[in-house]
Design a protein around this ligand. Structure first.
Ligand code: AMP
Length: 284
C-alpha cells in the first residue's frame, strides 16, 4: 500500500494509472477502522483495479466540537488493517491540505429537504460539511466508483445528490451494515462504549427489528412510542426514530406496503451518539 499525504502527489500517481485505463474505487473514511470499513474496501477491490481509502476527520462536519475532539483515532492500527485488506492507496491529508484557505470552505450546496430532516435537523450544517470534503476528495481522486455504507443512509442519498449537482459520472455502491453478533451496528464511536454499554447499545437494532416486524399489524406511531419509552427507560436519549421513504427520506406516519421505506434511529447513550437504520422493503 502506498501512503500519500499531499493531494498533488496522489493526483499525479492516479492520472498515470488512469492513462493505463485502470479503474479507481474510493472509500472515504474518518479512520478508527473496523470490519464495516474493511467490507467497503473489499467491495471496491471487487469493482475496480485500484482502491483508494482516505482517512480524514472532517472538523467542519461536526456540529458539536466535543464530538470532534473525542472522535477516536487509531491510525497505526488502521494502516495495518488496510495493508491486510489489500487496499492499494491510503490518503491521509492534513486539514491545510483539504482546506488551504477560508475560501475553500465557502461553498454551499443546494441539497433541498434532504438536509433538513433526521440527521440534518439534529446536526445543522453537517451535510454541507460532508459535501465540502467529499467534493474535494472526488476532485483529487476522480474515482470511477465510490463505495459507501448503508450505515449512514442519509449521507448516501446526500452524496448521490452531490454527484448530480457537480455533474460527475461516478457509480455509487452502497454496502450493507456490518454488525456485532448482538446486532449493534459497527461504528468507530463504539470505541467510546464500555462492554456494558455495547450490550445496551444493541437495543437500538432490536427496536428497529421489533418495529419492522410489527409494521403490518400495528400503527407505526404506536410502535415508535413503545420503542422510545423502552429505550428511554434503559437510559437512551432519542434524537429521532422515524419511518421514511427510502428514496427521498420524506417522513411517513402510516406504513404503506407499496412504498419502499426505511426506519432510522439516532440516540445518545451517555455522551455517545449512535445511528442505525433498517430497510423495510424486503421484509414485509
Ligand atoms: P466513517 O469512518 O464513519 O465516516 O465511515 C466511512 C464509511 O464506512 C461510510 O461510508 C460509512 O457508512 C461506512 N460504514 C461505517 N460503519 C459501517 C458498518 N457498520 N458497516 C458498513 N459500512 C460502514
Amino acid at each position: 500500500m502506498i501512503l500519500f499525504k499531499h493531494s498533488k502527489d496522489l493526483s499525479t500517481h492516479l492520472s498515470a494509472a488512469k492513462n493505463k485505463n485502470y479503474s479507481i474505487g474510493l472509500v472515504p473514511t474518518m479512520g478508527a477502522l473496523h470490519k464495516g470499513h474493511l467490507s467497503l474496501i473489499s467491495q471496491s477491490k471487487k469493482n475496480t483495479d485500484i482502491t483508494v481509502c482516505t482517512i480524514f476527520v472532517n472538523r467542519i462536519q461536526f456540529n458539536n466540537i466535543d464530538d470532534f475532539k473525542k472522535y477516536p483515532s487509531t491510525i497505526e492500527n488502521d494502516i495495518l488493517l488496510l495493508e491486510e485488506s489489500g487496499c492499494d492507496i491510503l490518503f491521509i491529508p492534513s486539514e491545510e491540505e483539504v482546506y488551504p484557505d477560508a475560501a475553500s470552505k465557502n461553498r454551499h450546496f443546494d441539497l433541498g429537504n434532504l438536509e433538513n430532516v433526521l440527521e440534518g435537523k439534529f446536526r445543522p450544517g453537517h451535510f454541507q460539511g460532508v459535501c465540502l470534503v467529499v467534493e474535494k476528495l472526488l476532485n483529487i481522486v476522480h474515482p470511477d466508483v465510490l463505495i459507501l455504507g448503508q450505515k449512514d443512509y442519509q449521507q448516501c442519498l446526500i452524496i448521490k445528490k452531490l454527484i448530480d449537482i457537480i455533474d460527475k459520472k461516478i457509480k455509487v455502491v452502497v454496502c450493507p451494515i456490518l454488525r456485532e453478533t448482538n446486532g449493534l451496528a459497527m461504528s468507530s464511536r463504539n470505541l467510546r462504549l464500555n462492554e456494558e454499554e455495547k450490550k445496551l447499545a444493541s437495543q437500538l437494532y432490536k427496536s428497529l427489528i421489533y418495529i419492522r416486524n410489527n409494521l403490518r399489524s400495528k400503527n407505526f406511531l404506536v410502535l415508535k412510542n413503545e420503542a422510545v419509552t423502552k429505550l428511554e427507560q434503559k437510559g437512551f436519549r432519542i434524537d429521532y426514530l422515524e419511518l421514511a421513504k427510502s428514496k427521498n427520506l420524506n417522513l411517513v406516519e402510516k406504513y404503506n406496503k407499496a412504498d419502499d421505506t426505511v426506519i432510522l434511529i439516532a440516540a445518545f447513550l451517555n455522551d455517545v451518539r449512535l445511528i442505525d437504520n433498517i430497510l423495510v422493503k424486503d421484509q414485509c
